[in-house]
Design a protein around this ligand. Structure first.
Ligand SMILES: [Fe+2]
Length: 218
């Protein structure tokens, strides 16, 4: 290939490489800082970026920390599942093709705020799709149930009290029944003096199961 043609080819290749390095699609990421009040995080990408140097060798450079990334907890209008994000939580960072900020703030379909494609500023982080680290899913879990596993599981933003378990509630109801069925009353028998009644001749009805049909807890 003649020299000038090769040089043009190399220039085009270099320009394409430079342009491509500016196109952000998705990354394996790690949470470096998280603000639970805004649901936004600073994200470090987990893999360094290969850069071709002038001598043709490769250098691997870390990408800058991505600031102010919305964490995409699972949600639908009126419903949400919020994960306890912490420093070190692995996430999948996704950069949308076009700027979603206008739609996110207004909910209206229309032009994007910025017209650049695949910008790093369009990054969102999804915690439930993890590369490495704590794996998605629970090996050995039953395949016919939705399982929530974790040190603390809270149903409702304002929940403070604990759920009662069916077996324990039934045991406690059994204790109440036993106490009722065997209780007696002291009284004064005239003229014999202090005496005690017999236990009730009609025992308390045995409680039936208080178990939910679908939901289980431990
Ligand atoms: Fe009594």
């Amino acid at each position: 290939m003649p020299g000038p043609v090769r040089q043009i080819g190399e220039l085009i290749g270099a320009a394409l490489d430079t342009r491509q390095s500016d196109i952000h699609t998705s990354y394996a990421g790690i949470v470096k800082k998280y603000d639970s009040s805004t649901l936004r995080a600073e994200i470090e990408t987990a893999t360094h970026n290969p850069v071709t140097l002038a001598d043709g060798s490769l250098e691997f450079k870390p990408l800058p920390i991505i600031p102010d990334v919305p964490i995409c907890h699972l949600s639908a209008p009126g419903f949400s599942i919020t994960f306890p994000i912490a420093v070190g939580t692995p996430v999948l960072v996704v950069c949308t093709v076009l700027d979603p900020s206008q739609f996110r703030s207004t909910g209206l379909v229309g032009p994007p705020g910025f017209i650049r494609r695949h910008a790093i500023g369009y990054a969102h982080a999804i915690p439930s799709v993890a590369f490495g680290g704590p794996g998605p899913g629970l090996p050995g879990a039953a395949i016919n149930a939705l399982i929530l596993e974790g040190a603390s599981i809270q149903l409702g933003l304002g929940a403070t009290d604990f759920i009662a378990l069916a077996a324990k509630v039934l045991t406690e109801l059994g204790v109440v029944k036993s106490s009722f069925d065997s209780h007696t009353h002291p009284y004064i028998d005239t003229p014999a003096g202090p005496a005690t009644t017999s236990p009730p001749t009609v025992p308390m009805t045995t409680a039936s199961s208080v178990a939910a049909v679908k939901a289980k807890a431990e």
